[in-house]
Ligand binder design. Structure first.
Ligand SMILES: Nc1nc2c(ncn2[C@@H]2O[C@H](COP(=O)(O)OP(=O)(O)OP(=O)(O)O)[C@@H](O)[C@H]2O)c(=O)[nH]1
Length: 333
């Protein structure tokens, strides 16, 4: 090892490294401020050196950086400041365009205690003098990739569980919810109601007005139904083509029937013209089947759906534009 070259070599490494390197002494005075720090902070080393770090950058006072530096100097503790909790504590910018936008670099910061041996002479000879090393890395790219991934994941989640046409929950979301709510009702000994809602004579509507207007009708009806389901626990889902399902946790048979009446009425109020509607009302109507799972009743989600569906088809058979109620069959607990 060629001893004389070590120090200059280390210095050029410190200046060339793609990370911020700052060293402060026990009084928080800056004793090292590398080129990367000058470039990204806009503060040259000759200005920073000898200054109190928290006077140079007062916004670091009282935050996680000051706490980490104090822990390093007083207790010899190292800290890693998570970029999630401490996005950009130092006023550092990736490039001039980022300065113009006022967009700080996202930072990963490591704070490490250092102990320099004091010189050979004097009262402190041989003793370690506490210092603190602060390393900073630019994680802006990783952070924006992470943000993009999070947004894409959220979009995929939305697409997986919502209906592309109406924006309400889709069949997949319904299947998971009815299963979850049935188990919750059994566990808590509470009631659970289910409404199956179907637009009457939708095929002739489509045939007469066209598929696009049919889509518009589905959007209007689902919007009207959704507007009435105000509780966060209620769920309206598109069960199939022109069939919707409403899960009503904690609603007994009477409450579910009243909700069905309100939904039925709300669709009538839309007054969507339907030239081929049966009966005197030449407008879009719905038929609704209602079923309620009673506390302690051993019934499966499938039995609840079967009962509500059975009631819906009874409503269809009896002329449509009406509400029918059925009781789910008991199944083995
Ligand atoms: N426009 C449109 N139509 C759809 C969509 N999904 C299903 N449909 C149509 O909905 C109609 C359902 O018809 P049927 O099941 O015969 O029921 P209906 O004519 O409403 O008769 P009843 O339910 O017995 O009153 C079919 O013509 C489907 O093509 C959709 O996303 N958009």
């Amino acid at each position: 090892m060629q001893q004389p070259f070590r120090l200059p070599l280390l210095e050029s490494v410190l200046e060339a490294v793609s990370a911020g390197v700052v060293v402060v002494d026990a009084a928080h005075r800056i004793v090292l401020w590398n080129k990367w720090m000058s470039r990204h902070s806009g503060c040259a080393a000759h200005k920073a050196l000898g200054m109190d770090l928290f006077e140079l950058l007062p916004e670091l006072r009282g935050g996680r950086v000051e706490a980490a530096v104090t822990q390093a100097l007083a207790n010899n503790f190292s800290s890693l400041l998570s970029p999630t909790l401490n996005r950009a504590p130092f006023p550092l910018y990736s490039n001039p365009a980022a300065i113009a936008r006022g967009e700080r670099m996202q930072q990963a910061i490591a704070v490490t205690p250092l102990a320099f041996p004091a010189g050979q002479m004097g009262p402190d000879a041989g003793q370690a003098i506490p210092h603190c090393l602060i390393q900073l890395n630019d994680v802006s790219m990783a952070a924006s990739r992470e943000k993009l991934l999070r947004e894409q994941t959220e979009l995929l989640r939305m697409q997986t569980f919502s209906d592309g046409l109406t924006g309400i929950a889709n069949r997949r979301a319904f299947d998971a919810a009815i299963d979850r709510e049935t188990r919750r009702a059994k566990r808590n000994g509470t009631v659970l109601s289910l409404l199956m809602i179907d637009i009457d004579h939708f095929k002739p509507y489509n045939d007469h007005y066209g598929h696009q207007q049919g889509d518009g009708c589905l959007i209007q009806v689902s919007g009207a139904l959704q507007a009435l389901l105000q509780r966060s626990v209620d769920m309206l889902a598109r069960y199939g083509g022109e069939e919707f399902a409403a899960i009503l946790p904690d609603n007994d048979a009477g409450q579910a029937l009243r909700m069905a009446e309100a939904l039925h009425e709300r669709v009538l109020k839309l007054a969507i013209p339907h030239a081929h509607a049966a009966g005197p009302l030449k407008q879009v109507t719905v038929s609704i089947g209602v079923a309620t799972l009673l506390p302690g009743q051993p019934a499966s989600p499938a039995a609840l759906i079967r009962a509500a569906d059975g009631a819906l088809y009874a409503a269809k058979r009896q002329g449509r534009n009406r509400i029918m109620v059925a009781q789910p069959e008991e199944t083995a607990p």
